[in-house]
Structure formats: C-alpha cells, structure tokens
Design a protein around this ligand. Structure first.
Ligand code: ZN
Ligand code: ZN
Length: 161
C-alpha cells in the first residue's frame, strides 16, 4: 500500500492552529476487502472531519462514507448503497508523537457500518421459495395455493379423529 493513501495529522501544526479541517478521499484499496458476489467495494473512502487540539489529546469529529455494490438479500437484484459512519474519536496518547496516522481508525469505523444484508426496498417481495420466480415482477401459481380461501374441509383436517 502506498504511503500516500493515508490520513495523517501533524500534531505541531494542529497545536498551533488549535482546530483543523480535513476532507478528501482514500483509494478503495484501503479497504482490503476481496470482491464477493454480495459485496464489492470499488468506491473511494470519503472523509470529512474536524480535529481539535486539547492539552490531553486530540478530538476528531466528522464522518466517512463510500458507495458499495451488493445484491438484494431477498430478490438478488444488484443494489448500490451508501454506507456512512459518524466519527467521534479521541486520541489521548499523543506525547512525543509528531504525526498521528488515523487511516486505520477511519477504515474500521466505516467497515463496522456495512450491513450484513442489503435489500433493494422495504417492499421487496423476494423470490418464491418453491419456483424461484421474482415476485416483484410476476405472480406464480405456488403463491395462489397459499392464498386460497379457507374452507370447512381445512377445519375438519385439523381435527384429530
Ligand atoms: Zn429485492
Ligand atoms: Zn412460485
């Protein structure tokens, strides 16, 4: 990994300025996540945060985000979704440190926000478990069997004779 693909806070600079704003991108290779059918991370890691100097440490507030490609867990349609994480970090061991590298923290906070399961919409009907048809596009006959009107014969079936 190249040394350029890092976010580094120069402590003496921050001590002088007291507050510094950071905004930019890290190349997607930072994620170190292999492509899979259900997760592709090809977008950059975007960051925007503010650092504040305190005598006892450095406070970092802001956010990180990226666009991920996945598949709907119900109907398998391709979906693109923004994943965003709030940053509220405090670094208290800064004595004797000149450059504070926060790249790992930004990466970890964002990865923690990736959901286990994406869905294309709350209303997605998914695939029929019997015939595999996409129920958002078509109805199948398996579904109709389930939805038939209850009859007196069903009630009789439930009786143990
Ligand atoms: Zn879906
Ligand atoms: Zn079906």
């Amino acid at each position: 990994m190249s040394t350029k693909n890092r976010v580094i806070i120069h402590i003496s600079q921050l001590e002088k300025a007291h507050v510094l704003d950071f905004e930019g991108v890290l190349n997607a290779e930072i994620f170190e996540i292999e492509d899979s059918e259900f997760l592709k991370m090809h977008d950059d890691l975007h960051y925007k945060f503010q650092c504040r100097y305190h005598v006892g440490g450095i406070e970092l507030n802001g956010k990180v985000w990226t666009m991920v490609q996945s598949k709907c867990g119900r109907c398998l349609k391709e979906v693109q979704e923004k994943v965003e994480a709030e940053l509220k970090l405090f670094f208290d061991e800064i004595k004797g440190i000149e450059d504070l590298d926060v790249t790992e923290e930004l990466r970890e906070e964002l990865i923690l926000e990736i959901p286990m399961n994406f869905i294309c919409s709350e209303e997605c009907l998914g695939l029929c478990p019997s015939c595999g048809i996409n129920l958002n596009e078509k109805k199948c006959s398996c579904n109709q069997v389930e939805q038939k009107e209850p009859s007196v014969w069903d009630a009789l079936d439930d009786l143990s004779l």
